[in-house]
Design a protein around this ligand. Sequence first.
Ligand code: CUA
Length: 319
Amino acid sequence: MRFSIYLTLPLFLAGCSGRHNWLASAGAEADRVEGLFWVLLIGAAVIWCLVIGAAVYAHRRQVDPSLETQARRFIIWGGAVFPSVLVGTLLVWGLVILRDITADEGDLTVRVDGERWWWRVIYETSEGDVVTANEIRLPVDRTALFRLTADDVIHSFWVPALGGKMDMIPGRETRLTLTPVKTGNWGGLCAEYCGGAHALMRFDAIVMEQADFEAWLAHEAEPAQVAAGDPGYTVFAEEGCGACHTIRGTEAAGPVGPDLTHLAAREKLGAGIYEMTPGNMARWITETHEMKPDIDMPPYPDLSGARLDRLVAFLMSLD
Ligand code: CUA
């Protein structure tokens, strides 16, 4: 029995390394949650030792009726007053943190809509909304306010290294702030079971220097540069891809699936799960449900040869 516990331990600890490690905090909000965690953990360990110590002491001692008043006082203070004050303090502390990480303002506002099983991402700018998907970029040392909604079922938005998490609830808007303090790709995921491809509902959360972020956002706001008569776009249009997907700057304006205007500028494909490579793109189109089961996008197994190559080259040119 004990052997099997040792055997499975590395499996659990494996989840503690890498970019989803919330104990390696890279954001102000994650720092505060991490602080709360350590105080709870160490505090609980100290209290456990005291309680067990008292139990062992009581067990070993002879019963002495003359100490009854003293014992009753100990029970009232140690068993009722102290726990009440402690739990009350922790409650207030937790509520203060909750208030701060769900604050109403930030240096920039990002709306994220949870879909099955991907993320619609909309940056609010003074020139209007900038729509993208499945990748979030943030400037370092700035507070981003996330306004979270869900299209169909409950999802949960979580970037472990930065802070969170927060439920996304259909018909309601929830809020969360993230203030990253380190650049890097921190990775986010859906933390609420939402159906078949829940475990494949991920995204990259990339923290950039402020100037780089501004340049990225300005580029993201631009329409795609698609030449008239582009042979790949012709395949895209003939296969009806524009019924679901939008590519700004073309006639494709479908509202159902992820916006593809700057698709190839994203690091990953399929909502944070595959590297953005031509090979993966071709498989995504033809073996869609092997790549990600249950999703709404239909596979196009009959697309092959030059037509598939042209379509893939076109999609990979959308940077
Ligand atoms: Cu979306 Cu789990």
